[in-house]
Design a binder for this molecule. Structure first.
Ligand SMILES: [Fe+2]
Ligand SMILES: [Fe+2]
Length: 272
């Protein structure tokens, strides 16, 4: 991928925070407080994010109803006011995020004991505090600067897919106390990983041709890092606070060894 030095600097600024988010999951998988109940809790929270969107869409509509209403409103104006590719893009986004809800909801239901009810989007409407904080931060950034706020929101979406890449690795640990649940989590994460990598790339595509000024690049970097810190806090609370003390401080301070951005994979996806 031919990336400018500005874009590379943005990615370099994000990489230690992506590592911080990954550290939450790595710590959680082997945590002594992990149980079937805590697994069901984080999965329910994840399902809530996949339906209601964490600041990617208005809170009352989320990423199912929001695009669904947009599609209905667009239908009579396709190729008149709205290019068909723009419409397809929205339809794909709706499909993908609902597929993610389905994957994690299947894992949640797969961990149920007899008599426990199934999950549904309506019972997930109330997000948790740290996730709402992230939503509000993203809305505030969009209000402050609509163009860069939207860019930062897509760029930080999914946090370099670390939940999904770390979750996929559980495929190798399907025996023992958490074995059966690891298999369910790995299966859900592998269904979601590629889509979310693509969603992050959407935040990057076109950045280099937008002709941002140096001030705008700095602004974008600042708000992206703020959102990435908010993501670590949100993930840590989603998983019941497996990160504490110095590791948490280092994660939030951007002092963990950075994740390596896979330029080759990004290039291959963008060419596809
Ligand atoms: Fe998703
Ligand atoms: Fe997504």
């Amino acid at each position: 991928m031919g990336v400018s030095s500005n874009l590379k600097r943005l990615i370099d600024a994000a990489a230690p925070y992506w590592a911080g988010e990954a550290e939450v999951f790595r710590s959680y998988w082997t945590w002594d407080k992990r149980s079937r109940e805590t697994d069901r809790q984080w999965l329910a929270y994840q399902c809530s994010k996949e339906v209601w969107g964490s600041g990617l869409a208005p809170l009352d509509k989320g990423i199912f109803l929001g695009p669904a209403e947009q599609l209905v409103a667009m239908f009579t104006k396709i190729d008149i006011e709205h290019d068909r590719h723009e419409v397809l893009d929205i339809a794909e986004g709706l499909w993908a995020e609902f597929a993610h809800y389905t994957a994690f909801a299947d894992a949640y239901d797969g961990m149920a004991e007899p008599g426990e009810g199934k999950i549904n989007p309506q019972m997930l409407k109330n997000s948790w505090k740290e996730d709402l904080d992230l939503s509000h931060l993203r809305f505030a950034h969009k209000k402050e600067n609509p163009k860069l706020g939207a860019r930062a929101t897509s760029f930080t979406e999914g946090g370099y897919c670390t939940l999904f890449s770390e979750g996929m690795k559980l495929k190798a640990q399907t025996s023992g106390l958490h074995g059966k649940r690891n298999a369910l989590i790995a299966e859900a994460c592998s269904k979601v990983y590629d889509d979310e990598f693509g969603h992050m790339l959407k935040g990057i595509v076109g950045l280099d041709i937008e002709g941002l000024t140096q001030d705008e690049w700095r602004h974008l970097e600042r708000i992206s890092v703020e959102q990435l810190k908010g993501r670590i806090v949100m993930r840590n609370s989603q998983f019941g606070y497996p990160l504490t003390g110095k590791t948490l401080d280092d994660a939030l301070g951007g002092r963990l060894p950075p994740l390596t951005f896979d330029y080759a994979k990004a290039e291959a996806r963008m060419a596809a």
